[in-house]
Design a protein. Structure first.
Length: 85
């Protein structure tokens, strides 16, 4: 691994994801309040809600992958220490 590589803590990213999850409905409500009535407004609103849900699910999956990758990396780094003992 390159020297000086920074690995973010998983809980920091989790806190950012929680903040994004809390802010998302507030911002979506603001968007919906400013929509002008239109024939396709219902479709647009459904697409926005599905897109937001998919983004949040993707972010949770990425956070899980990152956590598992860091654990595997830690095991690879610590493995020689266990062999020497």
């Amino acid at each position: 691994m390159p020297k000086g590589t920074v690995y973010l803590k998983v809980w920091w990213l989790g806190v950012l994801l929680i903040i994004a999850t809390v802010l998302s409905p507030i911002l979506i409500a603001h968007l919906f309040e400013n929509l002008k009535p239109h024939l396709n407004m219902n479709l647009f609103m459904q697409l926005v809600l599905w897109r937001t849900l998919l983004y949040l699910l993707l972010a949770m999956e990425c956070l899980l992958w990152y956590s598992l990758s860091l654990n595997r990396l830690k095991l690879l780094v610590l493995e020689p220490a266990f062999v020497d003992q």
